[in-house]
Design a protein around this ligand. Structure first.
Ligand code: AMP
Ligand code: ZN
Length: 492
């Protein structure tokens, strides 16, 4: 299996440190607000990577931190007249909730910075003792980049050139403009912990490094994050590990490409963002997942709602194919003799799996993996059309199972596609507006809406009935009137 290692700018054969096991860490969010879909793209990329490693039979231990003390949290708390701890708690909970909603597996270990202060202080003490860090009169502690001959090794940056080329913050206390804070002296009203260097809090770069050492041991197999973290965050992380413990922090450094809107990186500061929550309120999680996985994780991804609509349609096509294959398997005569056509579907099933694995083995090329899945969808659809009602159970079932299995490796759950819990969350709001519904359940909301529509139609209240239908259509659903009454469909 080949993985692209940022540090060496090339794909390398992956060999875990302990046979059959992978220890991986992905930098988590700073919990001061809802995350946006750019952040979500990075987390989804590593969820896909983790799931594929598990599919390959590795026992994966996955750790992801929550940065729950930081300037952004403190600022937000001050703006809102709340404590930083309250803000961090609210958005930690929100993050975990939205990740689960997006189908991202929970990490095995989820350290929170505020509960790991001791490990960070131990690391800082060791760096001071070894001459790689220094204290200053204000009570801050800085890492000395000059003390580390290897500084720049991950991002390929040269300190002298960096100093000449980039503007960095002016701080009289630092020995070098690229020195970074390991410990920040407490300012009045800020959260702080006692330390040998005075009350304060850890610097961001310090957190991840100390937590990795404590929970996973160094070096780990894979360290991940968004491409914007390579410098300085990951450079600083690896510098600390090399100096504190004389081991690299990670063998393989992986970075996800940026999600962009109209050419610009999606970011809070540009204001060009959509939160994951608002997108998942409007679209099924698997449609968002499919859209993101159609682009290789390292490439930039251009987001638009048109593309998301397209992905929602593609997901439907996939789910419909599985439904049709299962229906065909149920209605086909049992134990017939396999025709040429049946055998060709069987061969396509095997070929799809091979193509899927070959793509994913090549640096997790999920776009290629999806192409293999859609190749099988096309073959299966053609089979169903050509068989003219003369299908065989076995190849239909095998094709349906393979589509579910391979999609499942990418975290796309076809068993639940079209099921009630996949309904867009907006359905509840619609039922509240149009049907006087007061609860929280999407499936109850559907029933309330259908009942309200039936009642409006019975009393010839066409305006109301149409408004309900239009509201449902706006969520990408449709109402189908059958002899047994109205039912909601996930597609037109
Ligand atoms: P932050 O909370 O800003 O540290 O970001 C959390 C994660 O999201 C980091 O791994 C970032 O690299 C990543 N990230 C931030 N913006 C984007 C974006 N536009 N596209 C992809 N990943 C992003
Ligand atoms: Zn980190």
């Amino acid at each position: 299996m080949q993985i692209y290692n940022t540090q060496f700018h090339k794909k390398q054969e992956f060999t875990p440190i302990d046979e059959g096991k992978v220890r991986m860490y992905v930098c988590g969010p700073t919990v001061y607000d809802q995350i946006h879909i750019g952040n979500a793209r990075t987390f989804l990329s590593f969820d896909m990577i983790r799931r594929y490693l598990m599919f390959k039979g590795y026992q994966v231990t996955f750790a992801q931190n929550l940065t729950d003390v930081d300037d952004k949290i403190i600022n937000r708390a001050n703006e809102q007249g709340r404590t930083p701890a309250e803000v961090a708690e609210e958005f930690s909970t929100a993050f975990i909730e939205q990740m689960r909603r997006f189908g991202i597996l929970d990490p095995d270990i989820r350290p929170r910075a505020t509960r790991e202060i001791e490990a960070m202080q131990e690391m800082i003490s060791s760096l001071i003792e070894q001459g790689n860090a220094y204290t200053v009169p204000s009570g801050d502690v800085y890492f000395s980049v000059r003390s580390d001959n290897a500084y720049g090794i991950l991002s390929g940056r040269d300190l002298d050139r960096l100093r000449a080329g980039e503007r960095v913050e002016v701080n009289d206390e630092k020995h070098d403009p690229f020195d970074f804070a390991l410990w920040k002296a407490a300012k009045p009203g800020e959260p702080s912990w006692p330390s040998p260097w005075g009350a304060g809090r850890p610097g961001w770069h310090t957190e991840c490094c100390a937590m990795i050492h404590r929970h996973l041991g160094t070096p780990i197999d894979i360290h991940g994050g968004g491409a914007d973290l390579v410098f300085p965050h990951h450079e600083n992380e690896t510098a600390q590990a090399m100096c504190a413990w004389h081991t690299p922090l990670a063998n393989v450094w992986m970075h996800a490409g940026m999600l962009r809107v109209e050419g610009d990186k999606m970011s809070k500061s540009l204001g060009n963002f959509f939160t994951l929550k608002e997108v998942l309120d409007r679209y099924p999680a698997d449609a968002v997942r499919l859209l993101m996985l159609q682009t290789h994780y390292r490439a930039p991804l251009d987001f638009s709602f048109e593309r998301l609509d397209g992905a929602a349609g593609t997901l439907e096509r996939l789910a419909t194919c599985v439904e049709n294959l299962r229906w065909a398997a149920d209605t086909a005569p049992q134990d017939g003799i396999l025709s040429e056509l049946d055998r060709s579907l069987g061969a396509a099933v095997d070929a799809a799996r091979e193509e899927f694995v070959a793509s994913m083995d090549d640096d997790f090329n999920s776009a290629g993996g999806l192409a293999a899945i859609f190749g099988l969808v096309s073959t299966a659809n053609k089979y169903l059309a050509d068989a003219g009602g003369n299908m065989e159970t076995a190849p239909c079932l095998r094709a349906a199972d393979m589509l579910c299995e391979l999609s499942g490796v990418l975290g796309i759950d076809l068993a639940k596609a079209g099921a009630a819990d996949e309904l867009p969350a907006g359905i509840v709001d619609l039922a509240r507006e149009q049907a006087g519904y007061a609860g929280d359940s999407a499936s109850e909301a559907v029933n309330a809406l259908l009942a309200a529509r039936a009642e409006a139609r019975a009393s010839k209240n066409w305006g109301v009935a149409d408004a309900i239908r239009d509201g449902i259509a706006a969520l990408g659903l449709s109402v189908e009137d059958t002899v047994a009454g109205a039912r909601l469909r996930m597609r037109e």
